[in-house]
Ligand binder design. Structure first.
Ligand SMILES: [Zn+2]
Length: 299
């Protein structure tokens, strides 16, 4: 019996080291794949979009692989004690699961709370790094919101006005070449089936069946395209009421001291207890309009 348990532990240790090695290797390959795919993106815009869509996933999976690897390695430690009694074996198993959970939990917290600000900064940097005209090699200039409108067609301007899409217009001042980049805006609007622009916004909501604490409700939403005027509507289920719904109402008019000297406005919106969204605007007028649209969205 004693020797059976001993040889079981030998195999156990070997197996766990092997699997944890595979886990570490998979984690490294995973990161490597992410960075090689990123390196293949040539323009700042492509890199921006790739990082935005893939980086947090790549980091999260790597944390999982490494967390599992550590958990397995912990299960091979202190074998000279564990060999004395099976109780130690299960105690070690219990501790290792605790360690693994802690690693995953810390990784999750970092990705949720400290990582988004870093990601935001990185993406901003890629978005605003001066573009180089591939044809001439000249640096291009990013036009301000007021200057860029002449380069955007009406549909694009309509999309910008409802904050569903944000267009950056870069101009080569020597040749007049224009380069337009499309970014998702701060508010959601759907693509209109009729004109194809992302300008379909909710204009009205009717409660067909009010939700209670025990039953779901039903609402009908009406949408209208801000560009071509097409309309749609659909019926949706509403989740039953929860106790801690706190509704915040935004002030009607927002004004700041010395408004025209403002270079940038950051709006932070806290949703629930610990979720935060950050929006940047070039001036107070845009920020105010955003808040109005935001209020429409939440009414
Ligand atoms: Zn339309």
């Amino acid at each position: 019996m004693e020797s059976n348990y001993g040889s079981f532990l030998t195999i156990w240790n070997f197996l766990l080291w092997a699997i944890s090695g595979i886990m570490v290797l998979t984690g490294i390959i995973n990161l490597f794949r992410y960075y090689t795919r990123l390196a293949r993106r040539k323009t700042y815009k492509d890199k921006h979009d790739f990082i935005r869509d893939n980086e947090s996933k790549a980091i999260f999976y790597t944390v999982i692989y490494f967390g599992v690897a550590v958990t397995l390695v912990v299960n091979t430690l202190q074998t000279e004690t564990v060999v004395l009694s099976v109780v130690w074996f299960f105690l070690r198993l219990f501790i290792s699961v605790g360690v693994g959970t802690l690693i995953l939990y810390i990784g999750y917290l970092m990705l949720k709370y400290s990582y988004p600000a870093r990601l935001h900064k990185k993406l901003q940097k890629l978005r605003y790094t001066p573009r180089i005209n591939p044809k001439t090699g000249n640096y291009m200039k990013l036009l301000s919101e007021e200057e860029e409108d002449v380069h955007l067609d009406e549909g694009m301007q309509a999309e910008e006005n409802v904050f569903s899409v944000d267009y950056d217009v870069w101009v080569d001042e020597l040749t007049g070449d224009v380069h337009i980049e499309k970014y998702p805006g701060h508010l959601q609007a759907y693509q209109c089936n009729t004109c194809g622009f992302q300008t379909m916004r909710q204009i009205k909501e009717e409660i067909l069946l009010a939700p209670t604490e025990n039953t779901d409700g039903e609402i009908e939403r009406f949408y209208e395209c801000g560009y071509c005027g097409a309309r749609r509507h659909k019926v949706l289920k509403v989740a039953r009421l929860s106790q801690d719904l706190d509704n915040y109402k935004l002030p009607d008019e927002l004004h700041f001291k010395e408004e025209d000297r403002v270079r940038s406005v950051t709006v932070e919106i806290y949703i629930g207890k610990n979720q935060k969204k950050i929006y940047d605007f070039p001036n107070t007028e845009q920020a105010s309009r955003f808040l109005k649209e935001f209020e429409l969205d939440n009414s």
